[in-house]
Write a protein that binds this ligand. Structure first.
Ligand SMILES: [Zn+2]
Length: 214
C-alpha cells in the first residue's frame, strides 16, 4: 500500500548522521530552498502552505546494513512530526499544541484509526529491529555535495563511533532560534542539549510514553 504520509523512523544509532548535519549550514539552506521551490511551497504530503521542513527520506537496506538517502521532501510541521514520530513524542519537533499525529495521518491518507494503529505498530517494530544492527550511512547522489573534509570521520558515523562527542549537536535553544522565517527550518529530528532527550532502543517501548528518537 502506498501512503501519502508514513512514519519514517530513523534507527537509533544513526539519528545524527544525515545530510543536514554533514553539509555546512549555507549549503543546507540552498538545498532545502530548492526543494521548497520545486514543491511550489506546499507540503508534498498534505498540500498545506506555511512553514516547510526539508525531510530526508532514507532507504534502509536491512540485508547489508546500509542507509541510503533517496530523496528530500518539503513537508509541513504536522506531516514532518508524523514522519519523525519518536522525536515528536520526546518533544523535539515543532507542532501546534494539541497536535495528534494519528488523526493527521488518517486525514492525509484517507484511512481510519485501525489502519493508523497497525501502521504505527509496524513502524515501531521495524525501528526496534533496525536498532539492533550497525548501519553505514550513504548520502547517495548528495554525497558529492559534502565538502571533502566532512566525507570521512565523525560527520557520517553512527554516534557510538564518534571519538570526540560528535558533530556539535545543536542545543534546544539554538534549534528554536531557527524558527521565524517562512520555510524556516530544516530536516531531521532536533536533539535536545547534549542529546539528553534521547532514549536508546530497548528502553521504553511505543506504549511506554517516552519513545526513542526517529
Ligand atoms: Zn503536510
Amino acid at each position: 500500500m502506498s501512503l501519502r504520509l508514513a512514519v519514517d523512523l530513523v534507527p537509533d544509532r544513526i539519528w545524527y548522521a544525515n545530510l543536514r548535519r554533514a553539509v555546512p549550514r549555507e549549503m543546507w539552506d540552498r538545498l532545502r530552498h530548492r526543494v521548497y521551490d520545486a514543491a511550489g511551497h506546499r507540503c508534498q504530503a498534505c498540500g498545506a502552505r506555511g512553514i516547510l521542513y526539508c525531510h530526508e527520506r532514507w532507504t534502509y537496506y536491512d540485508n547489508i546494513g546500509v542507509a541510503r538517502l533517496r530523496g528530500l521532501l518539503a513537508l509541513c510541521a504536522a506531516c514532518h512530526a508524523v514522519c519523525h514520530l519518536g522525536a515528536w513524542r520526546i518533544g523535539v519537533m515543532r507542532t501546534l499544541p494539541g497536535f495528534e499525529p494519528g488523526a493527521h495521518w488518517c486525514k492525509v491518507n484517507g484511512l481510519d484509526r485501525a489502519a493508523w494503529e497497525r501502521h504505527e505498530a509496524a513502524a515501531w517494530a521495524t525501528w526496534e529491529r533496525r536498532g539492533r544492527r550497525a548501519w553505514r550511512v550513504d548520502l547517495g547522489r548528495w554525497a558529492e555535495s559534502v565538502p571533502a573534509e566532512r566525507r570521512r570521520g565523525r560527520w557520517l558515523l553512527p554516534e557510538d563511533e564518534w571519538s570526540d562527542g560528535g558533530p556539535g549537536r545543536p542545543a534546544r535553544k539554538e534549534a528554536d532560534d531557527d524558527q521565524g522565517e517562512s520555510s524556516a527550518d530544516d530536516g531531521g529530528p532536533r536533539p535536545g542539549p547534549g542529546g539528553g532527550g534521547r532514549v536508546r532502543a530497548g528502553g521504553l517501548g511505543p506504549s511506554g510514553g517516552l519513545d526513542g528518537p526517529g
